[in-house]
Design a protein around this ligand. Sequence first.
Ligand SMILES: [Zn+2]
Length: 313
Amino acid sequence: MMPKKIMFGENAAKEFPYPKNALVITTTTPDIYNKWLDYIGIKNYELYDKVTPDPAIETVEAIKKQYEGENISCYIGLGGGSSMDVCKYLGKMTGIPKILIPTTFGTGAEMTTYAVISFDHKKKLLQDEAFLADAAIVDPYFLPGTPFNILRNSACDAAAQASEGYDSKLGNPFTKFFCKEAFDILYDAIMNDKHHLLPYGAMLSGIGFGNSSTTLGHALSYAFSNEGVPHGYALSSCTTVAHKFNKSIYYKCFKEIAQKFKFEPLKLKQPLDQAADVIMPDRGHLDNNPIPVTKQDVIKCLDEIVNTNPLAA
Ligand SMILES: [Zn+2]
């Protein structure tokens, strides 16, 4: 599965024919999104700019209510993951088409059937065919100005998703084709400082892993996410160690990417045994791992992550 329409490359967001009376949903401040809106050249639109990070279901319901009876032609999610997730969920509720335009690149969320919404202050990863965008627009225009720390976390996530997605048991020649192409582009973009290629690489990664799922690296990373470590940073060591465990063809190249970005070693506050108990029920990731994973394996991987430096030369 992928969006009905995909436009990518320089000026893609400028050239897209936006319908009248769209509702633009964004997260940032007027000084930033007014520049974006000028660039994409959209006319006759409504704007909702009160989406916060880790959006809650209450926000989605509030937007639905606020614009009821206004004949909104489509939702446009313009921004990071939060604005796109809100659009995905809204689109599912109302049946109104959605156009997704990522401005931070890495998750490939504009391509996937996944959305993260909080219920009772708990983040939930949801999957539904109805979350799929009607159109996804990937334009590197939005990349410059991204702080380096966000850029490296996102690029690391994209590379982890592409390589874990390649190895996934759910993979097939079609998903492997996208994951491999994505990883090759991301590797070149990162190792040779061609950052303008990151959005396209992340987009291909989204099509690939979005149809095959990620695996052990992502499962391990949530123990660190729960302690506040950013997703992409957690993956730098977790995916490296997972690739080693799986004897993945991507072990060496992925480690080179993590080294290039100079990620620091990870620490864990909770005991490894306890962390493993949190990780083991994550069947969505673990069942798709190419090799079966026991609790002992998880503890061994965590031990390697926090007690050795898996990114050392
Ligand atoms: Zn990820």
